[in-house]
Design a protein around this ligand. Structure first.
Ligand code: UDP
Length: 328
């Protein structure tokens, strides 16, 4: 249909990008998906290829981006997004958040499209205030192992606001807190796939430090709903989207042990450098501006996610290496 609105989603083959593709297809948009497939996986969007309102570009947005035809919205979700990724592909992480964002802002400007960028709770670093409101400026180590991600995302926010104020571009900034659900990479090193993978393989669950650090986990469908509402709001300043239900990593490990029925225990390994001690979103803004709050409890979301991981081919569950590593 010629009159469908056209949306470009970068990082489309990744965890969040693929769920966003599904949502915009469901809303009858024409979806232009883009990914360089370093950490993304085409299997996440394979089911969409047969649709006439879906197309895929295998492209790295750190290089000049060209998309023919009209474009109404751009959602920039391309980025490695786990601490292990930052260690293995630090330069790409920096480039996609900085050069990639610049390219896409230029594209948005030339197409008169509205651009939404995926920022992160990592802009708050190892926060000294809890929960974190959008006004908090953060406590980030620029040269630590997470610096490549944190600073790229902070630059991304800065350049996006500059395009907004200087060029009058319509922009939206979502600060995403820890999110989970089907299509996470089993081996990306993040705590949830790590624990579930270990439980499925009958290994001990590797808790870093004494497990007293906290996180607040949001189910992916809730996150997508928040992003969708933000895109169509008229609010250009950053908005936190996450689930404020905070839990220690030790408690979280115990929940996974219960959920999976494994007879394994938590073992403590050294805490990675600059690992934030606490994290919980203040979602006052999302509630008042977007009328949004999460609906799916951790126990509900974890059940769905566990079923997904269990359904993966056995050889994938047993394979512990980082699959993207050979693709570079
Ligand atoms: N973590 C852990 N065991 C693991 C992986 C992570 O205890 O096998 C901890 C990690 O130290 C951090 C928390 O779980 O405190 C969340 O880590 P993740 O990498 O998922 O995301 P982060 O929120 O740190 O970016």
């Amino acid at each position: 249909m010629a009159n469908r609105k056209r949306v470009l989603i970068t990082g489309a083959a990744g965890f969040l990008g693929s769920h966003l593709c599904d949502r915009f297809i469901k809303e009858d948009y024409h979806v232009i998906a883009m990914d360089n497939l370093i950490t993304g996986d085409l299997r996440n969007i394979e089911h969409l290829f047969k649709l006439e309102n879906f197309e895929f570009y295998h492209h790295d947005v750190s290089k000049f981006v060209y998309v023919p035809g009209e474009l109404h919205y751009i959602l920039h979700f391309a980025s490695p997004a786990s601490p292990i990724d930052y260690l293995k592909i630090p330069i790409q992480t920096l480039k996609v958040g900085s050069l990639g964002t610049h390219n896409l802002l230029g594209l948005a400007r030339s197409k008169k499209a509205r651009m939404l960028i995926a920022s992160t709770s990592e802009v708050y670093g190892d926060p000294n205030v809890n929960p974190q409101p959008e006004e908090y400026w953060g406590n980030v180590n620029p040269i630590g192992p997470r610096g490549v991600y944190d600073e790229a995302k902070r630059f991304q926010e800065a350049i996006t606001m500059a395009y907004h104020t200087f060029h009058g571009l319509e922009t939206r900034i979502v600060r995403i807190f820890n999110t989970y659900g089907p299509r996470m990479r089993l081996n990306d090193g993040r705590v949830l796939p790590a624990f579930i993978g270990q439980a499925l393989r009958g290994e001990s669950l590797t808790m870093f430090g004494d497990g007293s650090q906290t996180r607040s986990f949001c189910y992916v469908d809730d996150l997508v709903e928040g992003i969708y509402r933000l895109l169509f709001s008229d609010y250009a300043l950053p908005v936190n989207i996450g689930n404020p239900d905070e839990i220690t990593i030790r408690q979280f490990g115990e929940e996974i042990i219960k959920l999976t029925g494994t007879d394994q225990k938590l073992v403590s390994l050294p805490l990675p450098v600059d690992d934030p001690k606490q994290r919980r979103p203040d979602i006052t803004k999302a509630k008042s501006i977007l009328g949004w709050e999460p609906k799916i409890s951790r126990s509900e979301g974890l059940k769905i996610t566990y079923e997904y991981f269990k359904s993966l081919p056995e050889k994938e569950i047993l394979h512990k290496d980082f699959t993207y590593y050979n693709k570079q």
